[in-house]
Design a protein around this ligand. Sequence first.
Ligand code: TYD
Ligand code: MG
Length: 457
Amino acid sequence: MAKKPTINFVCQECGYDSPQWLGKCPECGAWNSMKEIRVQPLPQATGLGSPSWVGEDVKLQKLKDVAYQEKSRIQTNFQELNTVLGGGIVKGSLILIAGDPGVGKSTLLLQLGLELAGSGKKILYVSGEESVEQIKLRSDRIGKGGKKGTQGEDLYVLPLTDPDRIVTQIEDLRPDLVVIDSIQTLESPNASGLSGSVAQVRYGALRFVRTAKLLNIPIMLVGHVTKEGMVAGPMVLSHMVDTVLFLEGEKYTATRILRSLKNRFGPVDEVGIFLMDEAGMQEVRDPEQLFLQAERGKTPGSVLVATLEGSRAFLVEIQALAVYSKLPMPRRVVSGVDPRRVELLLAVLQKKCRLPLETMDIFVNVAGGIKLSDPGIDLGICLAVYSSIKNIDCSDVVGIAEVGLLGELRRIPSLEKRVREAKKLGLTKILTPDKYKTIQDVIVSIEKKGGYGNQKR
Ligand code: TYD
Ligand code: MG
């Protein structure tokens, strides 16, 4: 006899489950986030059709008897993606690719699918967002699909949103890689709520975790992020998947950065750099090409920093503009770095270097549309502001240090690597905490020489 559905309350932020309504979620502390959901009793099925984890294939065994072999990985055509994943896509893993709508998740995954399909792999691209015609259009735009004889014609597309039916298709087709675009469009009659709700997302993700593990097929899920975070509680998903990748990029720039936030099979601090152009996403192997203009003029307000992303060091230009303000509260406009960090550095500059910052509007920007959270660029930011105020050219100075509240310069991780990178580009004015102890020291030395850029190298 079929059981009657029961009513449960689930927190829309974190997925916490309770039999009664609560004003505040005891798990994540969110107010008013509990929504009523109807829980359908799960059908009594076995095998992949069974929603329960416990099946006939589970047996009790001793850890020493467990045979382990290093999971083999699929190498993608994107070196950047391979690095971020820790050496390729691990078979049987569930990978979430999250990012703002329009940042290029579908484009990246379609390109990946087309390339892999072109090299003889069987790829299934499930799209609940776009029709197959739209996918075709996109693949033509990327320039890899469509015409006979070109790569990618073996890519399978499936416009489906029901996770159970998708799983059945995966079982039949046994592809080498599955892409599900996106988790927010999944809708199953076995879970309550509209597509995108915690219950639906959780149900779908659970289905794909099982499928990935049992069939040893890697599955990549696309997840959209809104201002408030993932539409349906990011925590629900990030607990369930093996890897969480985040694709980020500023709206009006072409630079895209792929970061790994969680990775059961690799490092979490690696980043991949891409450029979105007319033919899809292109990987950037040499970041300086992107962030440093070949011909930089000798203009006050520009300073170089050597930043570290993952295991790579590369140079980026910091630009600052300081102008006298007519406002009682002068403006601070910052992009590419944390505005609070800049406020703090301005306070240090004001106190230690006696600059009249309280009367100036200050604009700080990282050239090239990349976001930096590395403390090693502090000195560069200070120098850029200083250089703009004093109209002194520092455009081929590289500042590599964190600046403390007392104005002291601190050593940062991988200092030598960063210095090497700067030297490789032929730069010689490299300021590090080994040479200067405080920000005042740096400024005194620049003033003594009448500006760095005016010197002969
Ligand atoms: P898309 O991959 O659809 O984003 P997401 O899946 O993350 O929502 O990317 C859409 C944007 O990318 C859109 O603004 C158009 C742009 N685009 C290009 O610039 N070049 C291309 O080759 C393609 C396919 C898209
Ligand atoms: Mg998309």
